[in-house]
Design a protein. Structure first.
Length: 633
């Protein structure tokens, strides 16, 4: 692998935003080039979000040049485009630890830096939060500027639109920067995306700025001097009168002063516009056009593939392949969807701007009219699925577990109260690794098992995932969720495939290892190691969190009298809680239970294998816990 660790000539001088302010304007362009080289070199070694960060370099420099951070507040929506921000706010020397275990995070975190005033990993939060910052400032009598940076995909999120509506009503001073790079992780969809496409073809602000400058240059001596002093107002005035009424009309009707579209890679123009915006009263929206992947040819040519990358070779852009774990759960899901679509003509698939990540790209290619991409709008996606189900379709909504958190009410209120036949495929359930706490799917079991009518399944391997999806689509008549991890699907030897009944994979009299989903294979591994120590363990694959197969599980627990309950989910209200409730309801009180799960805290970022070890969910950790438990019996 070839990677650059050079920091350039100017970048080593930048230790805080104050250093940006001291630079000559002519040094900002070479600094932007050095930042890009530094980001590319580091991400080629660590992996991370590449294309989005290469697109925001000039914007980052302009923001920190114009605003007085950390007193002024800059909120980055999602935070996956803020690497340059991290580097110039004192984290250059630790940037090599990006997304590494115990290193700096791939997203923004308030505890990491005083310059990270807002930490988030999901799209659509920045405008709402910025309005909160601005309103708090007004109440407290402050004067700081508040800026939200949001992408063209994130601004179509329902919460972003709600926040724009509220900001237009409050009319407090704040700035929203719409970073329009023409795509998110996948192709942008929806009417708002089409409106932005039309606006991109009419760069009125930049043309007006150039026209105003030309007028000033043609004025005679004294008049030129007077006009130069009033240049900002003149340019703003010309912009207002040249721009047609429909330019940014939606935003203006919502109460925003609209500036744009402008070139988001012209640092001096960005500085000028941001400086102008600071003088305007009320909410301002600045529409900038950027190129995702700017400055690195492989990323510019295929920004979709270079949105989030593993380590790669800088010279040719080739990405490293992860150590093979066989087919992933996502790829098994992808294949199973194609098989079912051929058998079930009224089955449709849904994604929330993640067809690649959720394994629906092949489905979209073969059945384009049966794939709905709702954009970054999970709440709408679930309610949309409810409408499809109510009118005779069988919708399968593939979504990351952490993103599904947004749709709890729609699942409860729109699907489950009406007992509609809809399937939610929860990818990335459990620990996802380097993206950290905003993306870990730690809470879905605890959240979902509270909802009546809902079946909650978790496959232990690819074979079970296929069987569960088939059962959910073709046999079950109500709502079903199926959770599976970001991991290899593996292959276990099953004793039966009676979905949703549990199965006893192994018989043993010393201790019972009761596991769900991704932890079943770890439990089997631990049982084999225990056997080498002369300890015989039963292993139960629970399969269903809800309805819990008490008829199969409870007799084994009662007979073993010693049991570990193992789940890759949170401790509060999760699978183990369901088992303890069932034991209580059955009045079984003489079983010694120990729970192995994700404790009541947010798990950091790092390799999934390391995090599982930390959380006592590896084969070794399970074995150790079982031995210790029996020693105390």
């Amino acid at each position: 692998m070839s990677a650059s660790n050079k920091t350039g000539v100017i970048l080593p001088l930048i230790n805080s935003p104050a250093d940006i302010k001291r630079l000559a304007l002519s040094n900002l362009k070479p600094l932007a080039a050095e930042l890009r080289e530094f980001i590319i070199g580091t991400v080629s070694l660590t992996g991370g979000h590449l294309a989005s960060n290469l697109g925001t370099v000039e914007l980052t420099l302009a923001l920190h040049r114009v605003y007085n951070t950390p007193i002024d507040k800059i909120l980055w929506d999602t935070g996956h485009q803020a690497y340059a921000h991290k580097i110039i706010t004192g984290r250059r020397d630790v940037f090599a630890t990006l997304r590494q275990y115990r290193g700096i995070a791939g997203f923004l975190r308030r505890e990491e830096s005083e310059y990270d005033c807002w930490g988030a990993g999901h799209a659509g939060t920045a405008i709402s939060a910025a309005l909160g910052f601005a309103s708090a400032r007004d109440i407290l009598g402050g004067h700081e500027n508040v800026v939200a940076v949001v992408g063209d995909a994130g601004i179509s999120n329902g919460m972003s639109l709600e926040a724009l509506n509220h900001a237009g009503d409050l009319q407090t001073n704040m700035t929203v920067i719409l970073n329009d790079n023409k795509m998110s992780i996948a192709r942008n969809v929806g009417a708002l995306a089409q409106m932005l496409t039309r606006l991109r073809s009419k760069p009125w602000y930049q043309e007006a700025e150039e026209a105003a400058s030309g007028v000033m240059l043609r004025l005679p001596g004294d008049a030129k001097h007077v006009a130069k002093q009033a240049s900002k107002g003149l340019k703003r005035g010309i912009t207002h009168y040249i721009a047609p009424e429909n330019t940014g009309a939606m935003f203006e009707e919502m109460g925003f002063s609209y500036l744009g579209p402008i070139d988001g890679h012209n640092t001096e123009l960005l500085i000028d516009v941001l400086t102008d915006a600071k003088q305007l009263r009320g909410p301002v929206l600045i529409h900038i056009i950027t190129t995702k992947g700017k400055g690195y040819a492989p990323s510019e040519d295929n920004a979709r593939s270079y949105h989030g990358v593993p380590p790669f070779c800088v010279d040719d852009g080739k990405m490293e392949k992860s150590p093979s774990e066989g087919a992933s759960f996502t790829s098994v899901f992808s294949d199973a969807m194609l098989e079912l679509a051929n058998e079930v003509p009224n089955m449709v698939a849904l994604t929330a701007a993640m067809p690649d990540g959720t394994g629906l790209t092949a489905f979209a290619s073969k059945y384009p009219k049966r794939l709905f991409d709702v954009g970054i709008a999970e709440e709408h996606g679930v309610c949309f699925a409810a409408g499809l189900a109510a009118n005779g379709m069988v919708p399968v909504f593939a979504v990351y577990s952490s993103f599904m958190q947004r749709s709890y009410d729609q699942l409860l209120h729109d699907i489950c109260i009406q007992n509609l036949h809809a399937v939610i495929a929860l990818d990335r359930a459990g620990l996802v690794g380097d993206d950290g706490p905003t993306h870990h799917g730690a809470f879905d079991i605890a959240v979902l098992r509270t909802i009546p009518n809902l079946t909650v399944l978790a496959p232990s391997d690819g074979t079970e995932l296929r069987a569960m999806l088939r059962w959910a689509v073709m046999e079950c008549k109500g709502p079903v969720t199926i959770r599976y991890p970001r991991a290899g699907a593996g292959q276990l030897l099953h004793t039966n495939m009676d979905i949703p009944r549990a199965e006893i994979l192994r018989q043993g009299n010393d201790i019972c290892l009761l596991a769900i989903g991704s932890m079943v294979s770890a439990a089997m591994g631990a049982a084999l190691r225990l056997s080498e120590l002369g300890i015989e363990a039963s292993v139960i694959n629970a399969r269903a969190v809800k309805p819990l197969d008490s008829a199969t599980i409870l007799p084994v627990l009662a007979q073993s009298r010693q049991a570990l309950i193992i789940e890759e989910g949170c401790s509060c209200g999760g699978f183990s809680s369901a088992v303890l409730e069932a034991l209580c309801d059955a009045d079984i009180t003489d079983v010694h239970i120990k729970r192995l799960n994700l404790q009541d805290q947010y798990v950091t970022h790092g390799p999934r294998s390391v995090l599982l070890e930390d959380c006592r969910l590896s084969i070794e950790a399970i074995t150790t816990q079982a031995v210790g438990m029996l020693a105390q019996a």
